[in-house]
Write a protein that binds this ligand. Structure first.
Ligand code: PLP
Length: 416
């Protein structure tokens, strides 16, 4: 064996620098987390060498007896975790899980209703640049501009008018509970399939701190690497449907959109699900939510507007539309202070998705490293200091960024 630093020093340096960045910067991107050392190590296992097209017990290749064990463990554990009777753990990522749902349950050209990307939806819920928006007739629903909350009456009105084949619940940037029962009732009124993409809140659902969509949805997808804290990947789950429905989902994943499953990742999913079934996981999820609440209240006290007025989950969207700077400016200045966030469109954003008038922040990663409400209160204060400084500019701004960076590093080093 040869050391990476000898064989490929450029790449070794990039990895080393990324490790340092992940240590010393405060990670507030709502979709990111730190996977456990076990989850990281298993992705480096011999399973990466194995082809296993098909499903456990019915593969197209020989020698699958050991990877079958891993995939069955992942399936059984995730079914226990979310109390459901169907699971497919093969989707390479969230977007693939979602593509499989479209392929299994709809026909190109169908009308599909999803949350507007600019109001907190995801690309795969019908954005024009995504396969979903290109191959389907998408009717978006969104937020009530006055409250920043989902307007269910308007959703129902649009559904009755357009009669979608499928209604999508789930989001990338909504900080409140979603009313799954109400959405299922709307879907039932028009005979639509109700699919929930719970990628953002899957960990919170598993930890019992966010309402589970499984009693209401025909099908549920998720990523495994956000609040769920597993390896990068996707899953499809369902409860109470018939075998034919489950077969359609399985064959949409393979051979529909994927070839060989990533068995090293599936093995890491099995371990992550076991971690999520362990007692400490609920405490972690409770802390994620408590930390988000504290950050939202500091931001509000300092005069920043949170879309919908607060948070019930792990994230919030800061509306900067009335500020003299953009979401992109804020994101850049915070990066200089080693606070990592992402610029994000706000409802009815006049700026392009590349510039935006908002900032999305979330607490899963900082909570994993051990931040409690006190640290999150301090971190939110640091964030506000940088945003305040954007209005003054000049030398004062540079001095604030330097001061905040030192404070952030000190906070991070207390929780390596
Ligand atoms: N669904 C939602 C709600 C998401 O927020 C995301 C990612 O941000 C995805 C799906 C896509 O997941 P992936 O990036 O793993 O394809």
């Amino acid at each position: 064996s040869v050391a990476l630093s000898d064989f490929d020093p450029e790449l070794a340096e990039a990895i080393e620098n990324e490790a340092l960045r992940q240590e010393d910067h405060a990670e507030l991107i709502a979709s990111e987390n730190y996977a456990s050392p076990l989850v990281m190590a298993i992705q480096n296992s011999v399973f990466t060498n194995k082809y296993a097209e098909g499903y456990p017990g019915r593969r197209y290749y020989s020698g699958c007896q050991h990877v079958d064990v891993a995939e069955r463990l992942a399936i059984d554990r995730v079914k226990t975790l979310f109390d459901c009777d169907y699971a497919n753990v093969q989707p390479h990522a969230g977007a693939q899980a979602n593509a499989a749902v479209f392929l299994a349950l709809t026909t190109p050209g169908d009308t599909v209703m999803g949350m507007n990307l600019a109001h907190g939806g995801h690309l795969t819920h019908g954005n024009p640049s995504n396969f979903s928006g290109r191959h389907y007739r998408i009717v978006p629903y969104g937020l009530d501009p006055a409250t920043g909350l989902i307007d269910y009456d308007e959703m129902e009105r649009i559904a009755l008018e357009t009669r979608p084949r499928m209604l999508i619940g789930g989001f990338s940037a909504y900080s409140r509970y979603k009313d799954w029962a109400r959405m299922r009732a709307i879907a039932d009124k028009v005979g639509a399939i109700f699919w929930v993409d719970m990628a953002h809140v899957a960990g919170l659902v598993a930890g019992g701190v966010y309402p589970s969509p499984l009693p209401h949805a025909h099908v549920v997808t998720s990523t495994t690497h956000k609040t769920l804290r597993g390896p990068r990947g996707g899953i499809i789950l369902a409860r109470g449907q018939d075998e034919a429905f489950y077969r359609k989902l399985d064959s949409a994943v393979f051979p529909g959109i994927q070839g060989g499953p990533l068995m090293h990742v599936i093995a890491a999913k099995a371990v992550a699900f076991k971690e999520a079934l362990s007692p400490g996981f609920r405490d972690y999820q409770r802390q994620v939510v408590a930390n988000a609440r504290v950050m939202a209240s500091v931001l509000q006290q300092r005069g920043y507007r949170i879309v919908s007025g607060g948070t019930d989950n792990h994230l919030m969207l800061i509306d900067l539309a009335d500020k003299p700077y953009t979401g992109k400016d804020a994101d850049t200045a915070l990066s200089e202070a080693w606070i990592t966030t992402n610029k994000n469109s706000v409802p009815n954003d006049p700026r392009s998705p590349f510039v935006t008038s908002g900032l999305r922040i979330g607490t899963p990663a900082v909570t994993t490293r051990g931040f409690g409400t006190r640290e999150c209160e301090q971190l939110a204060g640091c964030l506000c200091d940088v945003l305040d400084a954007l209005e003054t500019g000049g030398r004062a701004r540079a001095a604030v960024i330097d001061r905040v960076r030192a404070r952030v590093v000190e906070l991070c080093r207390r929780y390596p």
